[in-house]
Design a protein around this ligand. Structure first.
Ligand code: SAM
Length: 375
């Protein structure tokens, strides 16, 4: 990734060095599709933390995590969340991760600012650090808050079907058991951890897969080692990272630069919820010649109820009644409404019945092939 030049025009796919509040102030309104934020936790550790064998624990005691008490932390949180809300598109969503030290304060402030919580996700750590002093329970989870900009916001991205498929066809729940970042994924030049709170890529993978679409622009204002950027690039999304520490920012650039984005657009295509699939009118299939004008349709597989396909995509029954697949379907079913796609079949020359839904699916598949071929 190239070193950034901040201009009034938003430059994407960059790691910008600086304070995220100052940097976000240079962004236009409503330019970001999704924000993932892993802000300072304000852990307030006092003194060194030791294991029973007196070895030192590599705890989060970094300067970036120090605040002069709760009021200072709250003021900081209010400022960055305020800017985040301004730059988020009106159909965008925001994720914040935190621990018991900060997540309740963050949650209250984001509600005060008008955000509306969609879920809190519990990241259950399958390999947490023990409580070395044995004075409390092992702290084995972190909380993620996922929210939209306001209660009134109607549209936002949630790839429900993709998450279900990714979860062996079971609805994905709000408790995610994943290991903390260890092994080869951990950036540790010379065997020394570069960053105390590097997040696992598997966590960001779920977040990005669930709440963004290929090509979306994701902002991470507390970029650290660039985990969000690495996963965004793997999934064919664009990213903007802000990090005030030059060393972390450079490590993130190198990490992301080493990742090859998917070569084929089809690889990042994900299972779509029905309501998110592009709307297709029956007339479109007729105009495209997929359903021929004059073809015979059968209602609910009853061969005595037959309709002819007309040039404008309407149907005409043998008794002269006509209408759309939906309106005529409702009349035949004696109901106030009807999803015609589920009731009509085309009667093929050999007498077999082909549900019209299969023509719609074929049309949608051809559109995906076209998009892939174009880009
Ligand atoms: C909890 S860590 C994020 C770790 C990151 N998610 C990862 O996987 O590597 C928070 C990061 O925010 C940075 N930071 C703290 N305050 C900041 C600020 N005001 N503006 C920009 N970056 C900041 C810190 O230097 C630190 O790297």
């Amino acid at each position: 990734m190239a070193r950034p030049v901040i201009t009034s025009v938003l430059a994407v796919d960059q790691v910008i060095e600086g304070d995220c509040i100052d940097v976000m102030r240079t962004f236009p309104d409503r330019c970001i599709d999704c924000i993932f934020a892993d802000p300072p936790y304000n852990l307030q550790l006092r003194g060194d933390l030791q294991r029973p064998d007196r070895s030192l624990v590599d705890a989060v005691d970094d300067a970036w995590d120090q605040f002069d008490g709760f009021p200072a932390y709250d003021a900081f949180t209010r400022s960055w969340l305020g800017e985040a809300r301004r730059v988020l598109k009106d159909d965008g969503t925001l994720w914040v991760i935190g621990s018991y030290h900060n997540i309740f304060r963050v949650g209250a402030i984001l509600q005060d600012l008008g955000f509306w919580i969609l879920n809190d996700i519990i990241w259950v750590k399958s390999n947490p650090m023990p409580n070395f002093r044995g004075v409390r329970f092992t702290n084995a989870h972190e909380t993620l808050i996922w929210c939209k900009k306001s209660r009134q916001q109607r549209r936002y991205t949630f790839n429900y079907q993709a998450m279900k498929v990714a979860n062996d066809d079971r609805q994905m729940r709000s408790d995610w058991e994943l290991p903390i970042c260890t092994g080869g994924e951990r950036i540790a030049p010379g065997g020394v951890k570069l960053h105390t709170t590097q997040k696992p890529e598997a966590l960001l993978y779920r977040i990005i897969l669930a709440s963004t679409s290929p090509g979306d622009l994701i902002l991470d204002p507390f970029f650290g080692t660039g985990t969000t950027g690495a996963v965004a690039r793997r999934l064919g999304r664009r990213v903007l990272g802000i990090e005030r520490d030059a060393g972390y920012a450079e490590a993130a650039r190198q990490r992301i630069g080493a990742i090859t984005p998917p070569a084929h657009a089809a690889a990042v295509r994900q299972t779509q919820s029905r309501r998110r699939q592009p709307r297709v009118a029956f007339g479109t299939l007729v105009a495209a010649g997929l359903v021929p004008v004059g073809a015979m349709l059968i209602f609910d597989r009853r061969r005595d109820v037959r309709a002819t396909v007309c040039v404008d995509g309407s149907l005409m029954l043998d008794d002269g009644r006509s209408g759309s697949i939906h309106r005529l379907g409702a009349q035949l079913a004696g109901t106030s409404s009807c999803n015609g796609w589920e009731h009509w079949s085309l009667c093929a020359a050999d007498g077999s019945l082909v549900p019209i839904e299969s023509f719609r699916a074929a049309w949608r598949a051809s559109r995906v092939r076209d998009v892939v071929a174009d880009g």
